[in-house]
Design a protein around this ligand. Structure first.
Ligand code: SF4
Length: 226
């Protein structure tokens, strides 16, 4: 069998598998001695999974340069994809309101996502959010790790199951451990709560109000870190 690049010794199937793994799963190019800005610039060219093909642009995290609190959501939505900024759409506006109610200044926090390109499927003329799969979350993980490593937040708040399972393990259940401050090697504490978009999807006004109050209570638990 020929070498996949057309030169060198014949390949064994084991070698081909190793090459395929490297070709199929390129790693993001994390700069040496990274700063937040060098990470943001490098992430613009990331092609470590196929989502760069469908997203308009990489939506990197944003916020304070030395945040005590880092919020991690799932992935950018339609508006975030178009503007290139995280949490600027309806869920972001709800997060802003909840932070204000909890007495946390968003400008003193940092907000990012587990996956940095918008995954969507067409429905008529609309682009509908599609949940990223495990391979996409894993492919994007080096960017999140690099953000955490540069920013060194005191607490990471996972917004929703995707972020929680990325940082706390696949068996983690937000429904069972929501609002708990969990010691971690990534930051002194990690806490998981719901994604604000789940509050927007509440079936009626009463449920939405109750869910919002619970979300605000979760945020109050990390206010002491600001
Ligand atoms: S989603 Fe993440 S890993 Fe995939 S191309 Fe975008 S930045 Fe790279």
């Amino acid at each position: 069998m020929l070498h996949p690049y057309g030169k060198g010794p014949p390949c064994t199937s084991m070698h081909l598998n190793a090459v395929a793994k490297r070709v199929d799963k390129p790693r993001p190019l994390i700069p040496m001695n990274a700063t937040l800005e060098s990470l943001r610039q490098a992430a613009k060219n990331c092609k470590a999974c196929d989502l760069w093909r469908t997203g308009t642009q990489t939506v990197f995290g944003g916020g304070a340069a030395h945040p005590k609190i880092m919020f991690v959501g799932e992935q950018p939505g339609n508006q975030e994809d178009l503007e290139g900024k995280p949490f600027v759409g309806p869920a972001g506006k709800l997060l802003d309101s909840a932070l204000e109610e909890a007495g946390i200044d968003r400008s003193k926090t940092y907000v990012t996502n587990a996956v940095k390109h918008f995954k969507w499927e067409p429905r008529g003329k609309r682009r509908i959010h599609k949940k990223p799969n495990a391979a996409e979350i894993n492919a994007c993980r080096p960017w999140l790790d690099a953000e955490i490593s540069v920013l060194k937040p005191h607490v990471i708040v996972c917004l929703g199951a995707t972020a929680a399972q990325a940082l706390l393990g696949r068996d983690f259940r937000v429904t069972q451990r929501r609002g708990e401050l969990i010691k971690s090697t990534l930051a002194p504490y990690i806490m998981a709560t719901v994604h604000p978009s789940s509050i927007l999807r509440a079936p009626d006004e009463e449920t939405r109000h109750a869910e919002m109050q619970r979300f605000i209570e979760d945020l109050r638990a990390v206010k002491k870190f600001v």
